[in-house]
Structure formats: structure tokens, C-alpha cells
Write a protein that binds this ligand. Structure first.
Ligand code: ATP
Length: 363
């Protein structure tokens, strides 16, 4: 296995479109790194540059000790799994798994050994003589994954490999990939637009937007300390409540905006926030940090519009001026729809962002 190192990797398409604007990061040997971002953010382009399927406009790409900018895809010692994997319909599962090795002229005994090992790891032993048409969607996906695994490459590249599967299958395949990753100790780069998939699978996550890296961190660090407004809004479901206004201090601190006034208390949660007094900011509050409270302890009152029960918890959809807010609460003692609900903020868990640049303020 190998480390993958990107140094200011850049992609400008012939029409002038900058798809990746200088990406720098290192994927550690044996790490599972996820690239995530909305449609069009450049994640597939970045992965295809690593695979060698897309020429690199500028910057340096290293796999292991070798700079591979000018190395052909087949000589990079990588295997890629795509969203639209195509299995050979006329071949059995075993033949599909072994085909790449056969092309590379591997001896038959070696092919048989590797196919058997991969089939066992993926639970496909009983299907080795079946053709793809006789397999379920999840089994086909596992064969596609297996074709990459038998190659025993230095690096695995996976581009939305689960997006064709139904929700339940995605969940089990996700666990499968995490298990395989642990078992193989393989270096993997995994692309998805699904932030939940990114959070549950990645050891570290690279968040991309508009071809620019927004943050590289562990899932919990992204959740607890988003570096800017984009990451704050992208990671987490339901999304973080974002409330724009001016930070004011008179009789205590407050956030004044189009929605009305929100009370922050006698002191600010973070002294660094004081420098933003009388300036435009965006307050970020995760739904679990906005809770129904006694009127005396409330920071604001929201009109309850819709209650969404999901079983183990409930989402309250509230209106605060022109703003829609969400609170996540345990499934008991529910207020009535239409009522005005006093809400408190978990003071130590709030986020503040510069209203102009969107950058995080304070720790
Ligand atoms: P998705 O999740 O929709 O696949 P993505 O994040 O993988 O999106 P890319 O496919 O990497 O995005 O595309 C990044 C940007 O580059 C997009 O704006 C896209 O329109 C543009 N792009 C992709 N291929 C080309 C091309 N051949 N010529 C010009 N622009 C391109």
C-alpha cells in the first residue's frame, strides 16, 4: 500500500472552466479518505486526475515515492470502482473477478487463488458460477468491488460506488466497505455527494465546493468545528440553523436581525466574538442545541409549524420571523402545533461566522 500526495493539483478544462483550483493534501498509507461536496464541485475530476484518466493541468501528484503526473493509468498501480460498473454479462462471477488478472497474463493458479480469497471476503463463494443477470443488485456491486480487490493495487479509488443501490443495501455495503478497508489496510479514496456516507465511512473527509477545498478533517471535527459557513450548512442532518444578524451589546449580548432579537446572555460563549460587536455575523445552532425551555431561560420564541417524528427523536419545525428553524428533541412532552415555543441555546455549543467572508470566528 502507499501514500498519495497532492501538491497544488489543478484542473482547467479546455473551455477555461477551473474544475479543481489547486488541491493539496496527503492520503496516509492505509487511510480511507472521503472526498465530498455538492454536484459539480470537482470531486470526480480530482479522482480521475489521480487515476490518470484526466490530464493534470498543474501541480504534482505522487503515489508512494513516485511522481506519476506523466505515468499512464495502467502503470499507476491503482484500481478504480465506478458508479456505473459494467460486468461482462456472458462471464460467470469467477470469470468477471479474474478477467483483469488474465489480461495481465497472471498464471492460472494465481488467478484462482486471488479470486477465491476475494470471493470469500465478499461472501460470493456460492455465486462464483452464476452470471451477473442471476445476481441481486448488492451482489453485482460486490463483484464490481471484487474486480478491484483481486488486483491488489497500491491504492483504491471509488467514485460513488453505492449510488445505484437502495437505501438499505447502501447501508450494508457501507459497513462492508469499512470492514474490507480494515481487513486489507488499503489506501482508499472514496468520492460521494452524500454527507452522511462521508461521515460514517471516512477516517478523514475533504469537503470541496466550487473546485476549492473548504476543510480537511475527521468527521467529528467537521461537525463540531466547521471552518466556514459552507461546511456548517453542508455537514449534519437536519442542517445547522444559520441566523444572520448584527452582534449587539447593551443590556446583555444579542443578535439583531430581520427575524427579530435573539438573546445570547450576559457574556459571550467565546471572548473572540467580542471583536465582532456591531458587525454582521451568522450564528450557527445545531438542531440538538436549540431546545424548548422555560420562558425565563429562553433566547427566542418560535412558532411551531410542523412536527416530524422519526421514532427515537422528533424534529420541530419552527418559524422565527422570516426564518425556518429546526429543533431536535426526545420523543416526549411535545408542544402543540401552532403554539409559540420558548427556546434556549446550548451556550457552549454555538458557532459564529463572519457575515461577509463566512469564516469561523473563535475556537
Ligand atoms: P457530480 O457529483 O455531479 O458528479 P462532481 O463534483 O464529481 O459532480 P465534476 O464531474 O468533477 O464534479 O465536474 C466539476 C466541474 O467541471 C463541473 O462544473 C463540470 O460541469 C465541469 N466539467 C466536467 N467535465 C468537463 C469537461 N470535459 N469540460 C468542461 N467542464 C467540465
Amino acid at each position: 500500500m502507499a501514500e498519495v500526495h497532492l501538491d497544488r493539483l489543478r484542473k482547467v478544462y479546455p473551455d477555461g472552466h477551473v474544475a479543481v483550483a489547486g488541491a493539496s493534501f496527503t492520503v496516509a498509507d492505509g487511510e480511507l479518505l472521503v472526498l465530498v461536496g455538492p454536484s459539480g464541485c470537482g470531486k470526480t475530476t480530482l479522482l480521475r486526475m489521480i487515476a490518470g484518466l484526466e490530464p493534470i493541468s498543474d501541480g504534482t501528484l505522487r503515489i508512494g515515492d513516485r511522481v506519476v503526473n506523466a505515468v499512464a493509468p495502467k502503470d499507476r498501480d491503482i484500481a478504480m470502482v465506478f458508479q456505473n460498473y459494467a460486468l461482462y454479462p456472458h462471464m460467470t462471477v469467477a470469470e468477471n473477478l479474474g478477467f483483469g488478472l488474465k489480461l495481465r497474463g497472471q498464471p492460472r493458479a494465481e488467478i484462482a487463488r486471488r479470486v477465491a480469497a476475494v470471493a470469500e471476503a465478499l461472501g460470493l463463494q456460492s455465486r462464483l458460477t452464476s452470471r451477473p443477470a442471476a445476481l441481486s443488485g448488492g451482489q453485482r456491486q460486490r463483484v464490481a468491488l471484487g474486480r478491484a480487490l483481486v488486483r491488489e493495487p497500491q491504492v483504491f479509488l471509488l467514485d460513488e460506488p453505492l449510488s445505484n443501490l437502495d437505501a438499505k443495501l447502501r447501508l450494508s455495503m457501507r459497513v462492508e466497505i469499512a470492514r474490507l478497508h480494515r481487513q486489507l489496510g488499503a489506501t482508499m479514496i472514496y468520492v460521494t455527494h452524500d454527507q452522511i456516507e462521508a461521515m460514517t465511512l471516512g477516517q478523514r473527509i475533504v469537503v470541496l465546493d466550487g473546485g476549492v477545498i473548504q476543510q480537511i478533517d475527521t468527521p467529528m471535527a467537521l461537525y463540531d468545528k466547521p471552518a466556514n459557513l459552507f461546511v456548517a450548512g453542508f455537514v449534519g442532518s437536519p442542517a445547522m440553523n444559520l441566523i444572520r444578524g448584527t452582534l449587539q451589546c447593551g443590556d446583555g449580548w444579542r443578535l439583531a436581525g430581520a427575524h427579530g432579537e435573539l438573546l445570547l446572555g450576559e457574556t459571550l460563549p467565546d471572548p473572540a466574538w467580542q471583536a465582532w460587536r456591531d458587525r454582521e455575523v451568522v450564528l450557527g445552532v445545531r438542531p440538538e442545541h436549540l431546545q424548548p425551555a422555560a420562558t425565563a431561560a429562553a433566547a427566542l420564541a418560535g412558532e411551531l409549524e410542523v412536527i416530524e417524528p422519526v421514532g427515537n427523536e422528533v424534529f420541530l419545525n419552527l418559524r422565527f420571523g422570516a426564518l425556518a428553524l429546526v429543533s431536535r428533541i426526545p420523543p416526549h412532552a411535545l408542544p402543540e402545533p401552532g403554539s409559540l415555543v420558548p427556546l434556549s441555546l446550548a451556550s457552549g455549543r454555538l458557532h459564529l461566522f463572519d457575515g461577509a467572508s463566512g469564516a469561523r470566528i473563535g475556537a
